[in-house]
Design a protein around this ligand. Structure first.
Ligand code: SAM
Length: 289
């Protein structure tokens, strides 16, 4: 095996920098070689959950002083970290699982370090978002990440109403005790025909990836209580987009057909829109039926 120090070469790891490191989302083997190298190199590791991170580090024989940085103390902890970086330490930040900053703390710490004009170095790796998208297929080729929906029904409904006509696939994170009602809420808000990917327990023993329609989603989840256990990513197809020009042409042809025969309507529509007269003639014939 090539030594980690050799594999991680090609980049300088300056002192006084914060290293933001992605960790596995389930399978401990999904840590990168570079992450292991830098975790071994830094003076200290700031972690969302020091117990969890301690366990992960011990799997790899890494022992470092840990600092707790979670959503309730992120600002205060950030100041302590900035002070240490200014004194020349290298510090890593890891969230509980996956990529920091994605539905996880980390953003305030990153802002504080940047405001102090100190370097912030990203080390990519696992994220439930990218893992689910990698098996979603073409319907999610363009997507928007939403994360967790509000837990209260009223707020969830109003958020979904604002997303109903969004053209990109939407990616949600969801917890086991809410997944069924969230999928039902998605079907209620968006209609039943859009495609849905339910990605559960990714990279873990009970990993399951199921593709169905929004209408089928709640039934599939309810059929077997085990299907509602674990962590979830939901990917929902974007709103179907009407071809604006076709819809406009249809409206124009319909109006013209009230006043003149098919041939004339096609000729006027072609002159007004610049579209093909033959195509408009064929469409006018269909509309006339
Ligand atoms: N920062 C993480 C990332 O990069 O994916 C996400 C952290 S967020 C607090 C946790 C949520 O991510 C879970 O509730 C679930 O929706 C999703 N998630 C995390 N691990 C997952 C997994 N192994 N399978 C499916 N979803 C997962």
């Amino acid at each position: 095996m090539i030594p980690l120090s050799e594999l991680a070469q090609g980049q300088h790891y300056p002192a006084g920098a914060l290293y933001v490191i992605a960790t596995p989302i389930g399978n401990v083997a999904d840590i990168t070689l570079r992450a292991l190298y830098v975790l071994g190199l830094v003076d200290r590791i700031a972690a969302e959950d020091t117990r969890n991170t301690g366990q992960l580090l011990s799997r790899y024989g890494i022992s470092k002083p840990l600092i707790a940085v979670h959503q309730h103390n992120e600002r205060a902890a950030a100041q302590q970290i900035v002070d240490r970086l200014q004194a020349g330490e290298r510090i890593a930040y890891v969230s509980d699982a996956g990529t920091p900053g994605i539905s996880d703390p980390g953003a305030k710490l990153v802002d504080a370090v940047r405001e102090a004009h100190l370097p912030v170095v990203p080390l990519p790796g696992a994220s439930a978002l990218a893992t689910a998208l990698s098996v979603a297929g073409d319907f999610a080729a363009t997507f928007s990440f939403i994360g967790f929906l509000p837990p209260k029904a009223k707020q969830r409904e109003s958020e979904l109403a604002t997303l109903a006509s969004h053209p990109h696939a939407l990616v949600f994170y969801e917890a086991p005790h809410r997944v069924l009602e969230s999928v039902q809420a998605l079907a209620d808000a968006f209609g039943g025909t859009r495609r849905l990917l339910i990605a559960r327990e990714l990279t873990k023993l009970h990993e399951a990836v199921h593709r169905c329609t929004l209408a089928e989603g709640p039934t599939w989840l309810a059929e077997d209580a085990n299907r509602q256990r674990g962590e979830f990513v939901l990917v929902v197809e974007g709103a179907p987009q009407e071809d604006a020009s076709e819809a406009d042409h249809d409206r124009l042809l319909t109006l013209l057909l009230e006043e003149m025969p098919v041939k004339g309507a096609a000729k006027v529509a072609a002159a007004l829109t610049g579209a093909s007269k033959n195509a408009l003639y064929a469409r006018a014939l269909e509309l006339k039926k």
